[in-house]
Write a protein that binds this ligand. Structure first.
Ligand code: GDP
Ligand code: ZN
Length: 294
């Protein structure tokens, strides 16, 4: 009996990494009875059985799990936004931040393509970077076209962590991963990416090594709706709003129409960004106007 972590799952086989070695395993029927499907990222107990085929016997409790991509026990999500092409989009960034915060996963923001922005664009982006850093987020402005020495400085973000990458198409997710780990050779232009996803291609996810950590090779959070977030949980997904919340006059304050709201006061004093507050209100309206699910 040994313990390890599933790093790849494909066609009924689980590839379990344990002490630096990868073991090909099948799942025992017990999972179907218990309604547990082992996921990539799971810590498991397995029976090495024989050199080329073992059995996963037990899945350890998970700290979290994602459906897309199907990965368990994620430490952090790296949201990739581009400074340009496509334009930096704070509304979309906040949407990703909320989705990630709501899962209890730590977000980190990487802003790419700094090599192709003008001086005035640079000032605008630097302003955003500072704003998000003030909230407490880790933010890096980078270029994947940079030399490897520069990029290596970012390796510390991956050390001993399991990360998923999120971000809209074209912002440079694959380019960044390829730049930091040239062995990956992920496809980087849209045409070959869509070819790789033909009807008969089995979609699977794999944890690949980046620096001393593991990264899911399929981007996460492809559905960007708030169907799984309740209105009264939304303020917890904005750290700076959550911080003011205890000072609101009314318990259960939604920071919208309520009087004596500490959040609105902080916005007036300029302690909370107007834009972030506007995004909070627009997400709140979106959640409140959603049709009941049953
Ligand atoms: P993805 O869809 O997020 O995986 O984006 P890709 O990695 O496929 O990149 C989309 C396009 O942006 C490609 O043409 C890349 O060469 C380009 N690109 C990505 N990152 C950078 C960067 O930091 N600087 C520049 N100049 N181009 C980049
Ligand atoms: Zn309030």
């Amino acid at each position: 009996m040994a313990e390890g972590r599933i790093i790849k799952a494909i066609s009924g086989f689980y590839y379990v990494k344990s002490d630096g070695e990868v073991h090909q395993c099948r799942g025992r029927g017990i999972f179907r009875k218990k309604n547990i499907t082992p996921l990539v990222g799971d810590f498991v107990v397995f029976d090495k059985n024989n050199p080329d085929e073992g059995y996963v016997l037990e899945v350890k409790p998970r700290k979290n799990e994602l459906i897309r991509p199907p990965v368990a026990n994620i430490d952090q999500a790296i949201i990739v936004s581009s400074a340009t092409m496509p334009d930096f989009n704070p509304l979309l960034l906040d949407r990703f931040l909320v989705l990630i915060e709501s899962k209890g996963i730590k977000p980190i923001v990487f802003v790419t393509k700094k090599d192709i922005i003008s001086e005035s664009q640079r000032q605008l982006i630097d302003g955003y970077v500072r704003e998000y850093q003030q909230i407490g987020y880790e933010v890096e402005l980078l270029s994947s076209k940079e030399n490897l020495d520069e990029l290596r400085k970012l390796e510390t973000y991956f050390s001993n962590n399991v990360s998923v990458i999120a971000g809209q198409s074209g912002v440079g997710k694959s380019s960044f991963l390829n730049a930091i780990n040239p062995l990956l050779q992920l496809k980087t232009d849209d045409i070959s990416k869509s070819l790789g996803r033909g009807k008969h291609t089995t979609r699977h996810v794999e944890l690949v090594e980046v620096a001393d950590g593991l990264v899911a090779d399929t981007p996460g959070f492809s559905t960007l709706d708030f169907n799984e977030i309740e209105a009264n949980e939304l303020d917890e997904c904005f750290p700076e709003i959550n911080e003011q919340k205890p000072y609101c006059k009314f318990r259960g304050c939604m920071h919208n129409k309520e009087p004596k709201c500490a959040v609105k006061q902080a916005v007036e004093k300029g302690e909370i960004s107007n834009k972030r507050y506007e995004h909070y209100i627009s997400f709140l309206n979106e959640i409140n106007s959603r049709k009941p699910r049953y």
